[in-house]
Design a binder for this molecule. Sequence first.
Ligand code: MN3
Ligand code: MN3
Length: 256
Amino acid sequence: IDKYTWEKLTSQFWLDTRVPVSNDLDDWRKLPQLERDTFAKAFAGLTLLDTLQSVDGAEVLKHDARTPQEIACFNNIQFMESVHAKSYSSIFSTLNTPEQIDEIFDWSDTEEFLQNKALKIHGIYVSEPDPLKKKIASVFLETFLFYSGFYTPLWYLGHNKIPNVAEIIKLILRDESVHGTYIGYKFQLGFNELTEDQQSEMKMWMYDLLLDLYNNEEQYTKHLYDGIGWTESVLTFLRYNANKALMNLGQDPLFP
Ligand code: MN3
Ligand code: MN3
């Protein structure tokens, strides 16, 4: 699995500089103010979460590696998280003025539900001694929590608008899909070594955390998407991805 993941990760290497985001400026300028505002906020949320993953997530997970090959995979994962964070930054600086960017980041620095999820995952990364729980937090972040933000560029992709930004998001999604599967697989290796009692305890912790994050995500989604009227479809998309996160961890889905 380490060898397969390394080959997959290195074969799908990319840099944001390959994608001409400035070609989207015409589309962007034609969007109504409410759409531009929603878009910018969704991206501010993604920036915060992907920066958390590049600065803390990949680093702490690497320390629990079982093999030198796993460390090599995490070195690639960590570098790509920096590419993701940098991509958001180039999207922002292409589409917005410095004043607008300051305003957006003031919003994301103080938005209650966005801060909640970042703090919750960060708290697990830095204070949780159990390596398996850190893997759960990482899979929930990358396979579930990102998707309230990803919804927006994917919606525009479906409507043939802002295609270069969508191209970057597709590349990020392709990476996150490998990260989620790989880290989920590493979780399952450790989980299978637990006693039955320890496994049920781990499951309880996992489903509690997921419900806690989902409740927060519901509030965040309302806050972000009620104005534009997308809340219900975003929530459906979130439940679908929450189930996928559980599948990566080898668990049964929770939502219909
Ligand atoms: Mn990432
Ligand atoms: Mn990732």
